[in-house]
Design a protein around this ligand. Structure first.
Ligand code: PMP
Length: 449
């Protein structure tokens, strides 16, 4: 099959996600023929290191033999069955294992089939819990500035990235956006911990004033990924957990992007030693194979819905592909790799390598920060380093790095002017080195005049 022909056919019938389609008049779209390990290969035989894990989903490489085998075996047994009134072994096993590995108290698993849907479930469940518990006035949601929880109307409403939200603002429910703990905003002599403690005062104030009308606070623990990979200190989560308890407000941890080892621990909440009331998981849950998401919650939340049918307290939410067995088999194989290969520990070397190979960029005149939390490393390009003045977004300098990287065999899709690595965990130290030099050259090219 010829690549040019595929591109032409694609452009006649497809409308791609998160894309100004007119860009494809000048920017190449790349049909991919096959994937193997960190590599994606196009129809001309060019190979690209998937440095962003295909939108942060892939954990153990493309066409991973173990996950492939698990999905193939499941395919011959049961491809799908509805989850209302029916069940299947992969989902029971997966739920047992998720209860065992997520923070204490998260004993119930409610499934959906993508990240946004999981967030919608958590928001609805939180509100509904308070309703069932005789507190219908608790119906507000609090989120952090620069937060992102998906792109359905409900999740946009609890997000704060203008690029995605602003257009649809008139359609959205109102939520309370509180200035967040992003460490990029620190003063010269401040630590990330100090920023987090200082910024928490905003949250404390809102919870103290309006806690009786608030159902839940939703956060992305430690890294606001879609919000340009901004990072914050775990102390914020500790303070938030304590305040949510004090003001009787739920805490929703959206670990859709940061779960499954991305921040260095299996779940980001572990670094603050907290357990949220709801934990949303997706992306890495299936190792990047198939769409699946889950909301983990506590027994007392579950109990508030458990009653005679006539009392109409049930959580009547569903998606057709909820808990798909093929996706569950991929998830089980993924969890097995974590255990068998002691992944969290062995990632430590990769984490150090990512830091070492990019450290020199801190001195670059157009890099304001190289920041890292575990397996996520981000490099922020700016016009003026001293004042952290951003480049005009219309200059689209990140795209220049992207194009250079493609020409050198790496997929480094940026977030605005932020270049980041969020690679599959099977990446080698040599491949990290390669990525770092491609990124360095790309930044050099992108920041010249
Ligand atoms: N929450 C977070 C923190 C995310 O990063 C994302 C996806 N980037 C979502 C929710 C939405 O997930 P999905 O794209 O599967 O709807």
């Amino acid at each position: 099959m010829n690549s040019d022909e595929l591109k032409q056919r694609d452009l006649k019938v497809l409308w791609h996600p998160c894309t100004q389609m007119k860009d494809h008049e000048t920017l190449p779209m790349i049909p991919i023929r096959r994937g193997e390990g960190v590599w994606l290969e196009d129809f001309e035989g060019n190979r690209y290191i998937d440095a962003i894990s295909s939108w942060w989903v892939n954990l153990f490489g493309h066409a991973n033999p173990k996950i492939n085998a698990a999905v193939k075996a499941q395919l011959d047994e049961l491809e799908h069955v509805l989850l209302a009134g029916f069940s299947h072994e992969p989902i029971i096993q997966l739920s047992e294992q998720l209860v065992a590995i997520t923070p204490p108290g998260l004993t119930r698993a409610f499934y959906a089939d993508n990240g946004s849907s999981a967030v919608e479930v958590a928001l609805k469940m939180s509100y509904h819990y308070w309703l069932n518990s005789g507190q219908p006035e608790k119906k507000q949601f609090v989120c952090l500035s620069n937060s992102y929880h998906g792109e359905t109307l409900g999740t946009l409403a609890v997000g704060d990235v203008a690029l995605y939200k602003e257009t649809y603002e008139p359609l959205l429910m109102k939520s309370i956006v509180v200035p967040g703990p992003d460490c990029y905003q620190r003063e010269d002599d401040e630590t990330c911990r100090e920023v987090a403690i200082r910024q928490f005062e905003h949250m404390e104030k809102i919870l103290a004033e309006q806690g009786d009308q608030i159902a839940a606070v939703i956060v992305e623990p430690l890294v606001q990924c879609a919000g340009n990979m901004r990072m914050y200190d775990p102390v914020y989560l500790e303070l938030l957990r304590a305040a949510c308890d004090r003001y009787n407000v739920h805490l929703i941890a959206d670990e859709i992007a940061v779960g499954f080892g991305r921040t260095g621990t299996m779940f980001a909440c572990e670094q603050a030693d907290i357990s949220p009331d709801f934990m949303c998981l997706s992306k890495g849950l299936t190792g990047g194979y198939l769409p699946l998401s889950v909301v983990m919650t506590h027994e007392h939340i579950y109990d508030a819905f458990y009653d005679d049918y006539e009392n109409l307290t049930a959580f009547l939410h569903s998606h057709s592909y909820t808990g798909n067995p093929l996706a569950c088999s991929a998830a089980l194989a993924t969890l097995q790799i974590f255990t068998n290969e002691n992944v969290i520990k062995s990632n430590q070397k990769l984490i150090e390598k990512m830091a070492d190979s990019t450290r020199h960029l801190e001195a670059h005149p157009h890099v304001s920060e190289v920041r890292q939390t575990g397996m996520i490393l981000a490099i922020e390009m700016v016009k003026d380093k001293a004042t952290k003045t951003a480049f005009d977004w219309r200059e689209r300098r990140g795209i220049r790095v992207y194009q250079h990287a493609l020409s050198q065999g790496a997929l480094l899709r940026p977030l605005g002017n932020v270049i980041y690595f969020m690679p599959p965990y099977i990446i080698t130290e040599a491949q990290i080195e390669t990525l770092a030099s491609i990124a360095t050259e790309g930044i050099e090219i992108a920041t010249k005049t």
